[in-house]
Design a protein around this ligand. Structure first.
Ligand SMILES: [Zn+2]
Length: 63
């Protein structure tokens, strides 16, 4: 009964909010010791760009 979490590999794309399997996605980014996972290269680039400029409200249209 150890496998309680069905969505074990699932994490949330911080850019678009989409569910991403961290074992499958090739788009990850490590910042300050924390790893973020993304559904697409576009989302990753938006996220990295966000660290360099003020956050923007609109982040959709990536997928
Ligand atoms: Zn995304």
């Amino acid at each position: 009964m150890l496998n309680i979490f069905k969505n074990e590999g699932k994490v949330k794309d911080p850019v678009c909010g989409m569910s991403v399997d961290k074992n499958k996605t090739q788009f990850s980014y490590i910042n300050k010791g924390k790893t973020f996972y993304f559904c697409s290269k576009n989302c990753k680039e938006i996220f990295i760009g966000d660290n360099k400029k003020p956050r923007q409200e609109k982040k959709s249209g990536c997928c």
